[in-house]
Design a protein around this ligand. Structure first.
Ligand SMILES: Nc1nc2c(ncn2[C@@H]2O[C@H](COP(=O)(O)OP(=O)(O)O[C@H]3O[C@H](CO)[C@@H](O)[C@H](O)[C@@H]3O)[C@@H](O)[C@H]2O)c(=O)[nH]1
Length: 224
């Protein structure tokens, strides 16, 4: 039975992904921030379902806290990590640029380092939720995998750091790590393809006007 760890599990895409992975028989661990108000509405139907008591586990944690992320990785030893946690609001990122960089850029580094330090390089695959905002001031229409990035907000710049640190750690340490740049509504389809280790693009239908994603299977860890 595969174990997945999801950050941003209470967010839009995290909650869809949780449903999808549980339906595929995964055990899902999610990281949530402590709040005085409940903020788990999107996953309450799963978390409160007695039939799923052995399928979904929540851990308090914050993406700005390395020691906490390391402990969660040591405890859960996930087969797959889906890093969807983010300060995801583009306009707000101009008001909290430093926080946005911490959560959207440096937290990705924290996870990749934790995979290395905890000794999970051969076991754990890492998915980074990237964004079409990387194309920002678009350099060509439609965008392809070769279109240069031109991020136009602190949010997009932070996500671009995350994008490159994923590639860097894959090449430097052979971590199985992938970026997904996609239309939001396609996320579950895309994740499924990653999780079964198939090239996902064969499955994207003609209705999709563009997408780009990078999964360098040939360069990934022997887990393949
Ligand atoms: N544990 C933890 N969670 C955090 C932190 N900061 C933000 N989060 C969580 O991150 C989640 C972000 O969810 P949304 O704001 O709903 O984003 P989304 O629509 O799911 O989008 C995500 O995926 C997109 C690509 O599919 C990305 O483009 C987007 O940036 C984001 O990663 C929320 O549950 C929020 O509580 C933190 O420091 N710690």
């Amino acid at each position: 039975m595969k174990k997945a760890l999801i950050t941003g599990i209470t967010g839009q895409d995290g909650s869809y992904l949780t449903e999808l992975l549980i339906s595929k028989g995964y055990v899902v661990h999610g990281i949530i921030r402590r709040s005085s108000l409940f903020n788990t509405q999107r996953i309450d139907h799963l978390y409160n379902n007695p039939a799923l008591k052995d399928s979904l586990f929540l851990h308090y944690g914050d993406l700005t806290d390395s020691s906490n992320l390391n402990r969660i990785l040591e405890k859960t030893e996930p087969d797959e990590i889906y890093n969807l946690g983010a300060q995801s609001h583009v306009k707000v990122s101009f008001e909290v640029p430093e926080y946005t960089a911490d959560v959207d850029a440096i937290a990705t580094l924290r996870f990749l380092d934790a995979i290395k330090d905890v000794g999970l390089v051969k076991k754990t695959r890492f998915y980074q939720a990237s964004t079409s905002e990387l194309f920002g001031k678009v350099q060509e229409i439609p965008q392809t995998e070769n279109t240069p990035f031109y991020p136009r907000s602190p949010y997009a710049v932070a996500k671009q750091y995350a994008y490159w640190i994923v590639i860097n750690y894959r090449e430097a340490y052979n971590i199985f790590a992938s970026n997904g740049i996609l239309k939001m509504d396609l996320l579950p389809v895309f994740i499924y393809e990653i999780s079964v280790g198939k090239p996902f693009y064969e499955h994207i239908g003609p209705a999709v006007d563009w997408y780009s994603a990078h999964v360098y299977y040939a360069e990934c860890v022997p887990a393949l």
